[in-house]
Design a protein around this ligand. Sequence first.
Ligand code: FAD
Ligand code: GLY
Length: 360
Amino acid sequence: MYDVIVIGGGVIGLSIAREIASGKSVLLLDRGATGEGASWAAAGMLSPLSEADEPGPFFELCRASHALFREFVEDLEQESGVDCGYSAAGLISLASSEESSRAFRRQYEWQRKAGFDVEFLSPGDVRSMEPLVTAKISAALFMPAEGSVIPRRLVNAIRESCIKRKVDIRTGVRVDSISKNAVRAGDAIVEAASIIVASGVWSPEIAGLDPLIPVHPRKGQILSLRMPAGAFRRMIRWQHSYFVPRNTEELVVGATNEDAGFDQSITPAGIGRLLADAQEISAHVGAYPILETWTGLRPATPDGLPNLGPSSIPGVYYATGHYRNGILLAPITAAIMAALVENRRPGVEMGPFSPARFKK
Ligand code: FAD
Ligand code: GLY
């Protein structure tokens, strides 16, 4: 009998287990080896402002998590000895059309009014900050506080920290069903006072849940290039693509967002579009060697918001559906779930994320 069972060892499940383990006994179950799902595939942007079209509870959630991130990483690095590749170099968003420029103006105005650090840049400013950008620029925004991590390292760090905090991690265990205070995996039944479903896009496969979890996959194809040391220093967004510089010599170019079910193939159309966009951002990257191509399945919900909170089964909670922001949202999700299992108020507005919105 454990205090808490967490199902899923991606960035979300591991972060929750780590947070709760300070005061409770925690068992984490993963059907694979932990960290092999969407979390492995992520670009690692910590970017609440650049992805926000409007203010509201989701933006506030992202912002609250962003505010926790630096300390989250510092603690993890200290506990695990793993360098998470954290960077806070900021993000430049580029517009090349009149329509995008107008959208940037609206974004700038509400973000400035709300007190956020966002600046309009001239094309000359962009080129002095990132000299290799060759895109046609009609408008540009700079968000100096946006950051990034290397997700595969972050997940390793969280797992190491979980082990130090005595989380019992069992891999190769697929949970088949859940009932009040118990999970079943094959012939084994394990009991706990609280159960947290954090199994990403595969959550709907678990039987016994109420309400059903309406998470579906959104495929992301993504790649990395070897760049000359320091060629790009800040993240750059242009149309539906982005650059995330890592490790001084690696440039991640992401990502497609496709409705392709559980297919994880890498296609000429997907990678072709990314490579074409990358060369629109900077003609120089056409000469950079391709290091890696990969895909992941983002766990998306019908309304695009995460599914966070109690289910209809007493003691069973959901932490799924983080879609495009699961890396960014890991620390706040962990804090929320720890508060819920300890009967404390989470301190953020939870209504829009409640699983009850999917109750039929
Ligand atoms: P996962 O990482 O998928 O983990 C779920 C885990 O549950 C897996 O380990 C799986 O094995 C386990 N599991 C499933 N079913 C069971 C079962 N029945 N029993 C036991 N275990 C089970 N987010 C950002 O914040 N910034 C980004 O820049 C970013 N870029 C992205 C780029 C791409 C291409 C993609 C695909 C995603 C990106 N994301 C980004 C989104 C982010 O990756 C996800 O939101 C996040 O990883 C979701 O984490 P998770 O732990 O919920 O799911
Ligand atoms: N947040 C980046 C992505 O989902 O591709």
